[in-house]
Design a protein around this ligand. Sequence first.
Ligand code: F6R
Length: 615
Amino acid sequence: MCGIVGYIGHRDAYPIILNGLKRLEYRGYDSAGVALYDGTGIQMAKTKGKVADLEAKVNAEITPNGSLGIGHTRWATHGVPNDINSHPHYSNSGDLVIIHNGIIENYGSIKKELINRGYTFKSDTDTEVLVNLIEEIKKKEKVKLGKAVQIALNNVVGAYAIAVFDRNKPDEIVVAKLGSPLAIGIGENEFFVASDATPFIEFTNNAIYLEDEEMAIIRLKKGVKVRKIKDDSLVDPYIQELKLNIEQIEKGGYDHFMLKEIYEQPEVIKDTYRGRLLAKQGIIKMAGLEENMSKFVNANRIIIIACGTSWHAGLVAEYIFEEWARIPVEVEYASEFRYRNPIITDKDVVIAISQSGETADTLAAIKLAKQKGALVYGVCNVVGSTISRETHSGSYTHAGPEIGVASTKAFTTQITVLTMIALRLADVKGTMSKSDYMMHLRELEMIPDLVAAALKSEDKIKEIAKIFKDASNFLYLGRGYNFPVALEGALKLKEISYIHAEGYPAAEMKHGPIALIDEQMPVVVIAVNSNHYEKVVSNIEEIKARKGKIIAVVTEGDTVVKELADYVMEVPATPESLSPLVTTIPLQLLSYHIAVMLDKNVDQPRNLAKSVTVE
Ligand code: F6R
């Protein structure tokens, strides 16, 4: 969590840093700060609150100047969000200034040692300890900043992406990475540093993504030198050409990124299958899958590891992999998996799903699965992310940047990739009839149109949102393929509106949650035409008998549930196995509108951050 930005070059650093922080705010937004070298010394402003609060503070307190600077937007780990704990942090002498994304786990013992040597600390952060450790090494060992950073990092345990500079040497920034992402943008006589490439995309398309345990010394005149932190060896960095464009990271006329991303789904689902799905010819081709086909086909089990919304996509995949490809599937929370002693062998295939490709728990689970000999296949959105590099192979979702903290298009594009994998495996294994296979390919190709049709119900959904926005609890029920959609619907509502919501398999309701139902309880039931239709209708009857309010997601043309439910949200018909791609749409819109009506910060809900790079 936390976003970091830095600039060294010939332009004014402050507007670049400020704009960059706004783009990185999805990574954390409980405090923000900036430090600039103005030609004579360092100017710093930092505050609890959002980047907008920082902007106000800068306007009130300093005249931002200079072509060297660093900035930070924080998601607190050590120390509550307040002005003092905000980054950047000075070293005791005031010479060094640092920003940090990550956690230094052994900061307590280092702090004690530094206090014994006379250092004092203003904040409760691990970061202030790190900058003073660097200062102590620099003085004691009489080494340059880069060397001091390297020695310090060899003495810390934890995760970091850092940027640090020295006011006495204002022609360089030193950066380093382990566990948290760090990109260096290479311009003409100027360099950018950021947690991802969005802060510098309008200035350069060339970037170096540091690997774990690498550091770089960025010198205005001499360019970028990358070294291994452990043994100081020089690295020849790969300069990647970025495909990102500025429109992708702006709101494009929508009030929120979340709404823009909900509406992007028809297009990005197409992007996900473009070139991979040739429905007429009956072809699915995904390079990573083909290269590892025999591992997949002969797998004892597929184990899916993920967190949050990505875990819900994994649950949908469990249904389709087992049904179509007849391979046993287990879906695990990465955070639990990593601390068990799971039984995994080289006959297992592990699929790791992650939008950001940076989730710490998923990353740790991947490392464990690799140690145990399994093939690990990534389904990631962010190109070049740590998970995409740590996995043996994988498929990108191509959803484009997802900036709203609540995941929407990541979910549907993950399901699209997983659906293609399952269909291809079913075809290779011969576990699905050719006609069924061809039918599913055609239906999958039509999904973008069906999602676009489902989006047309927005006005009606807004009306429903108005009626239920003040409810304190919601239940979400679904069966089969739509049980994970119920979980996802509940998660969306919780995270952006702060209304308590629970997702349940519809039939489990009678084993407990039914006790919650009274006339105050809205129950969202996914009741599309499916194998379980009659059973879901019975569940609806049970809720009605207890005076619960039914909001049902139904297939267009439905009459039975329409008659029973208090409100309905219609979606076009699809084969049941593909229905999650469509039934999730009204649930996204419902949570969005409830949150907007409650005046919540939809794109940056409290306490959350887009990528969870801490345990
Ligand atoms: C919910 C949400 C989170 C993420 C989870 C995993 O809307 O965004 O639950 O799904 O933190 O993140 P990734 O997919 O980046 O690993």
